[in-house]
Design a protein around this ligand. Structure first.
Ligand code: SAH
Ligand code: SF4
Length: 348
């Protein structure tokens, strides 16, 4: 394990402290200092004896911190943060303030290996997974500048379920009552559909909400938009969701990016209803957000309304998602952290 103390749950800190022949309860001071008080230097943790602090520092333990390189604010109130990691890689995080909540959209990877053709992050080279400490610190850094975060969505750069252990660990850290204390029902993981990981998630004792990005009702169309379909076709993916619901009793959200003339007809909407029959779910419709080099356009308002009405008429709870942050390229699918996109893919 690396020596970043921010990358540890309270239980892991307890193991470390006991291993250093100190009293277990001291781990609670460390955890609170790092996650509730946003402490930077072990040496400044005055509730620990000086000799113990020195022991930690001598053995190479430290508290990592993301460097804020740039902050942009949209006139709709949303803000995008560009962070640099210790090895110089960069990620973006988005704050979406609404009346009664302040949602942070966190990244889980530098780039994304999934290659969805409608997504800016999918167009850049995948570099690496983030650690739990790097995921958790996105919350610390934004909270420092903008105040308390009430909701978390794992919908920034990357595929959360391909970085399963770090993502779950970051949730344990951020949900902990001695740390940021973000309610588990206020945390959502969004996945492009890694079926075995969904089944694994069903077995966890900690249960964030689950959103699945679908964006097409058939394998033929979905595999063109989201190559993950070739590995996990819709039947297997939805079977995993069925098992997840049987185990957890939780409703899931399906996300559907509406792309003009590609996946946004009434027929597509009807096929979607048929496909999802028997599941407990709601649908979030997201108008496709533009980025440079992308050949797609977002669906027109009338087409979005018609698609939504078809779902609603079939009894599906449907929400059309806002487009917050578009002007600062902070909306869904626009995050690139300044990395250069790969060559453009063939149009459909
Ligand atoms: N990798 C995860 C989470 C990050 S993407 C996932 O795919 O679910 C977050 C959401 O943004 C997904 O629902 C995705 O389908 C959507 N998205 C990607 N590119 C988009 C774009 N250009 N416009 C609108 N939504 C987009
Ligand atoms: Fe990755 Fe999600 Fe973008 Fe697909 S939509 S490339 S899974 S970030």
């Amino acid at each position: 394990m690396n020596k970043d103390l921010k990358d540890r749950t309270q239980e892991e800190l307890e193991k470390l402290v006991v291993g250093l022949r100190q009293k277990k309860y001291l781990a609670g001071y460390l955890f609170k200092f790092i996650h509730a008080q946003d402490g930077r230097e072990v040496a400044a943790l005055s509730t620990l004896r000086k000799a113990f602090r020195e022991q930690l520092v001598e053995q190479g333990y430290f508290i990592s911190q993301l460097k804020t390189v740039d902050t942009r604010t949209d006139s709709d109130g949303s803000a995008k943060y560009l962070f640099e990691l210790a090895d110089g890689e960069r990620i973006e995080t988005v704050l979406l303030p609404e009346e009664d909540r302040r949602t942070l959209c966190v990244s889980t990877q530098v780039g994304c290996p999934m290659g969805c053709v409608f997504c800016a992050t999918g167009r850049i080279q995948f570099r690496r997974n983030l650690t739990a400490g790097e995921i958790a610190d996105q919350v610390n850094r934004v909270a420092e500048q903008a105040g308390r975060i009430t909701n978390l969505v794992y919908m920034g750069m990357g595929e959360p379920l391909l970085n399963y252990d770090a993502v779950l660990k970051s949730i344990r850290i951020l949900n902990h009552s001695a740390g940021k204390n973000i309610g588990i029902r206020h945390i959502t993981i969004s996945t492009s559909g890694i079926a075995p990981a969904i089944e694994r998630l069903a077995e966890e004792e900690i249960r964030p909400r689950l959103a699945i990005s679908l964006s097409a009702p058939t394998d033929a169309l979905r595999s063109k938009l989201m190559p993950v379909t070739n590995k996990y076709p819709l039947a297997g993916l939805l079977e995993a969701v069925r098992k997840y619901q049987a185990r957890t009793g939780q409703r899931v959200t399906f996300e559907y990016v509406l792309i003009d003339q590609v996946n946004d007809s009434v027929t597509h909407a009807r096929l979607l209803v048929k496909l999802l029959r028997g599941l407990m779910y709601n649908v979030n419709l997201i108008e496709h957000n533009p980025f440079s080099g992308c050949e797609f356009t977002g669906s027109s308002r009338p087409r979005i309304q018609r698609f939504a009405a078809t779902l609603k008429d079939a009894g599906v709870e449907t929400t059309i998602r806002f487009r917050m942050g578009r002007r600062i390229k902070a909306a869904c699918g626009q995050l690139q952290a300044g990395y250069h996109p790969r060559a453009q893919k063939k149009p459909l």
